[in-house]
Design a protein around this ligand. Structure first.
Ligand code: SF4
Ligand code: SF4
Ligand code: SF4
Length: 279
């Protein structure tokens, strides 16, 4: 980040294709959000203006939503060029979001179910980091308000942040919630990054992985466990809700690729075959 004495950092908060729920979480923080805003120069905020006015330079750009349309992609690339740090905010920016479901279904059928008569563009859903370099991720659908304030303040103070790499299970069990996995329900808590206070488990709803994987998640062991107890279709269905399926399978591929290299195998099979093999 550019260091300029007594000059507040220039901030942009932009929204691509999204429900804008994460931006509303920011506003919901009320006084705490206003206190944070007082430390910055807010140049763009999608919720309060229709079209961003592009300044030449931003210290930090927060990006909510998925780059679905050509206009989204153009804006994202422009903001990346003009920003020292780019922080993706929320599940649809980081993992593709609920709209990624259509990547896994028949794309034509999915679009016809919604736009019965209209002809509309039907691109694959891709995460923000497929288009531009991402410096930091604030995960969740929606983001957690306490965590946003904490990380946004850390960014101003230190120019960086790191989320503690614990699984959702850690927060779930330290709060004394019942383990749903032990009751034969698919729960992705063991491989999902904590920090959401295990909010779903509080309502006896299993974790569907909206915050993505934590570093060091034992994906292979966990997939082995799941596939012993559930069908592949059941497991995929849960992994697809928040767009986590491709990320989980990619991590699995990386883990198995490493293992293959260790054992001298040169060719890494396609990820879908890997999971079939696990079964
Ligand atoms: S992550 Fe969830 S709450 Fe946030 S903008 Fe996307 S869909 Fe909405
Ligand atoms: S319910 Fe889910 S998050 Fe909680 S301990 Fe069991 S597997 Fe982990
Ligand atoms: S429990 Fe899982 S699905 Fe629910 S908010 Fe936390 S990470 Fe997301």
């Amino acid at each position: 980040m550019t260091k300029r004495k007594n000059i507040k950092p220039k901030i942009a908060i932009i929204g691509l294709t999204s429900c804008e729920g994460c931006q509303f979480v920011m506003l919901d923080q009320g006084r705490r959000f206003l206190d944070w805003l007082a430390k910055v120069q807010l140049e763009e905020f999608r919720l309060v203006e229709d079209e961003p006015i592009l300044a030449e330079h931003y210290d930090i750009c927060f990006v909510e939503g998925n780059p679905v349309t050509k206009a989204n992609i153009k804006l994202l690339k422009e903001m990346r060029c003009r920003s020292d740090k780019l922080v993706v905010v929320g599940n649809c920016a980081a993992l593709g979001g609920v709209w990624e479901l259509k990547n896994y279904a028949s794309k034509t059928r999915a679009i016809k179910a919604v736009y019965k008569k209209l002809k509309v563009a039907n691109p694959d859903i891709k995460e923000v980091d497929n288009f531009v370099k991402v410096d930091y991720v604030i995960p969740g659908c929606p983001i957690d308000g306490d965590e946003f304030i904490e990380l946004a303040n850390q960014l101003l103070k230190k120019g960086s942040f790191r989320i503690p790499q614990n699984p959702v299970c850690y927060e779930c069990q330290s709060r004394g919630y019942q383990c749903l996995l032990q009751q034969e329900e698919i729960c992705l808590g063991p491989i999902t990054l904590g920090g959401c206070k295990a909010v779903c488990l509080k309502s006896k709803q299993a974790c569907w992985g909206c915050r993505g994987l934590f570093d060091g998640a034992q994906v292979e062991n966990f997939m082995n466990y799941l596939l012993k107890h559930f069908s592949r279709e059941q497991v995929y269905r849960i992994m697809e809700v928040f767009g986590a399926r491709d990320t989980i399978l990619k991590r699995l591929e990386e883990m198995q690729g490493k293992k293959n290299r260790k054992f001298g195998k040169s060719k890494v099979n396609k990820i879908d075959n890997k999971i079939k093999k696990l079964k």
